[in-house]
Design a protein around this ligand. Structure first.
Ligand code: NAP
Length: 266
């Protein structure tokens, strides 16, 4: 019998995680199956418990349940505690334990796959939801010179920045006159064709724009290209965070290059 894993979220039908983990399992020879669970907005804990009762060994958690997953855990990694958000649940080692692999996924994609230097960079992180929570501390720890969090609801950005040494928060309007080497869009605005109100002059020469939404050309990517910045969507982060989850569950790190290339070609 294969060991059982799944991604849980709402909505979850669009998720590429089952396909990615099937490739990882095939490449590493691990005997597992990986499905998807759409939990009702008020039924996350019930759905996790039902999966666990059926022998489920681990879950990836996606929108909108990462904070609830953090509260469900009896213990977490330090990076999940810093994020107060969990995207990887371990269910087969006693009480539920949680980790957050989004940050390491982003940092690996930027540094290893895209060849961007984070050390000394001035970084803008847009958004203060589950994704931004997961990546702020790992970005700050990658040696950036300065990191600013901007969010539509300013108090959320302020609360997030207050938890990470060296980070500060501001509104989109207060970004006028500031410029950055790296701008990471961790908002879900691109999913609805929206773009946070960004001032002109945001991108320094040679700057890079990273859009966490993947598989579509968002207004943010178009704006960044028009401003002369390099760009990437979040597909590489998706594959890298999945590889980290796979390693936590199975103790083996899968190769990511071929999986990312195959996804790009799809
Ligand atoms: P979330 O917790 O729901 O947070 C959404 C964030 O987007 C909030 O900061 C929200 O601002 C902001 N926002 C939404 N619509 C906006 C708009 N029209 N204008 C300005 N700001 C807007 O979602 P999440 O979990 O952080 O995920 C964010 C995005 O990242 C999603 O699209 C998700 O698919 C993507 N993601 C990708 C990866 C990957 O591996 N590539 C991993 C994780 C997440 P307020 O606080 O003001 O509401």
């Amino acid at each position: 019998m294969p060991d059982r894993y799944a991604v849980i979220g709402n909505p979850v039908a669009h998720s590429k995680s089952p396909w990615i983990h099937a490739q990882f399992a095939r490449a590493t020879g691990e005997n597992l199956e990986y499905g998807s669970i759409e939990a009702p907005a008020d039924g996350f804990v019930r759905a996790v418990e039902a999966f666990r009762a059926q022998g489920g060994k681990g879950l990836n958690v996606t929108l909108p349940f990462k904070a609830e997953a953090f509260r469900l855990c009896a213990g977490t990694s330090a990076r999940a505690a810093a994020a107060q958000a969990v995207n990887t649940l371990v269910l087969d080692r006693g009480k539920p334990w949680g980790d957050n692999t989004d940050g390491v996924g982003l940092v690996r994609d930027l540094g290893t796959n895209l060849g961007r230097r984070l050390a000394g960079a001035r970084v803008l992180l847009m958004g203060a939801g589950g994704a931004a929570q997961g990546v702020l501390a790992p970005l700050a720890e990658a040696g950036v010179e300065q990191i600013v969090v901007a969010n539509r609801t300013l108090p959320r950005a302020q609360a997030l920045a207050a938890r990470v040494r060296g980070a500060s928060a501001c509104s989109y309007e207060a970004l006028a006159g500031q410029s950055f080497d790296l701008v990471v869009n961790a908002t879900s605005a691109g999913l609805s064709g929206d773009l946070p109100p960004l001032p002109k002059g945001l991108f320094r020469p040679g700057a890079f724009a990273y859009e966490m939404v993947y598989g579509r050309d968002t207004a943010f990517l178009a704006m960044a290209r028009a401003a002369g910045a390099g760009t990437s969507d979040g597909l590489g982060m998706l594959v890298e965070q999945a590889a980290e989850s796979f390693q936590i569950w199975r103790g083996i790190r899968p190769e990511t290059g071929a999986v990312l290339a195959a996804l790009r070609a799809q």
